[in-house]
Design a protein around this ligand. Structure first.
Ligand SMILES: O=C(O)CCC(=O)C(=O)O
Length: 238
């Protein structure tokens, strides 16, 4: 089974209705801790300060992680291969729309250095990492629906570089759909999602149509994400 199908198999259980999660909730005003500029927490978090703080602490975005030169270097290696693949639409339970993907093990020297920097930042020493890097190419009309990555195939940390465009990732609490946060993923940023953001919230990439952050339209163009994960806990493998 190809990567996205494996990772998104949990989508069937999540059954989060697009109609609810694609409507941005009102932003939270009364939280006592520092909320980074890339986070927009909905109003309901004002009643759940501990949950809000845990969420903010478990989802970090490093804006300008890559220089333009590094972004080009990754694109120069990836694009000749990606452009040979066909975008897929309305595919596999509609979990993802307008995408093509691959997994890559071997990288040129410059890009290996970039990926080592990603891995060193996201994973503590000694953590067993998945060696293949997952590349997901969403076209301008593409989006990823809400899902939680299957614990059978992925450990506690997901980290991704966003290339080519700004976009919005939405996190929605799996048990209380009113608790949601939007995360601005600027192009050339790196996100690190772990702990409760990874396990307790669905994540999705909004379509261009729904990409609004703190009231401002964000134009989502073609987006390539370069994603590293750690190995699943062996107890979850079966
Ligand atoms: O493209 C991204 O950054 C998110 C990908 C994703 O949702 C996943 O692989 O589970």
């Amino acid at each position: 089974m190809c990567t996205i199908k494996r990772l998104l198999e949990i989508v069937k259980k999540v059954q989060c209705k697009r109609s609810l999660s694609s409507i941005a909730a009102k932003p939270a005003k009364d939280v006592s801790f520092q909320v980074p500029a890339y986070f927009s927490l909905c109003d309901q978090f004002s009643n759940e300060p501990k949950l809000a703080e845990n969420l903010v602490n478990s989802m970090t975005v490093h804006t300008d992680f890559l220089t333009e030169e590094e972004e080009n270097s990754l694109m120069n290696e990836l694009d000749p291969y990606m452009t040979k693949l066909k975008y897929e639409y309305d595919h596999w339970d509609n979990a993802i729309h307008g995408y093509r993907e691959t997994e890559r093990l071997k990288w040129n020297e410059a890009n290996t250095k970039i990926l080592n920097r990603v891995r060193d930042l996201a994973f503590p020493p000694g953590v067993s990492q998945i060696k293949f890097v997952h590349i997901l190419d969403l076209n301008q009309k593409g989006w990823i629906k809400p899902h939680i990555d299957a614990v059978r195939f992925c450990g506690d940390t997901i980290t991704g570089l966003s290339l080519l465009t700004d976009s919005i990732m939405r996190l929605v609490h799996d048990k209380d759909k009113h608790l949601q946060a939007d995360i601005l993923l600027k192009k050339r940023s790196l996100y690190v999602m772990k702990g409760c953001a990874r396990y307790d919230y669905t994540h999705e990439i909004l379509s261009n149509e729904h990409s609004v952050f703190k009231g401002e339209k964000v134009f989502k163009d073609r987006r390539i994400s370069v994603i590293c994960r750690n190995e699943p806990d062996p107890r979850n493998k079966n």
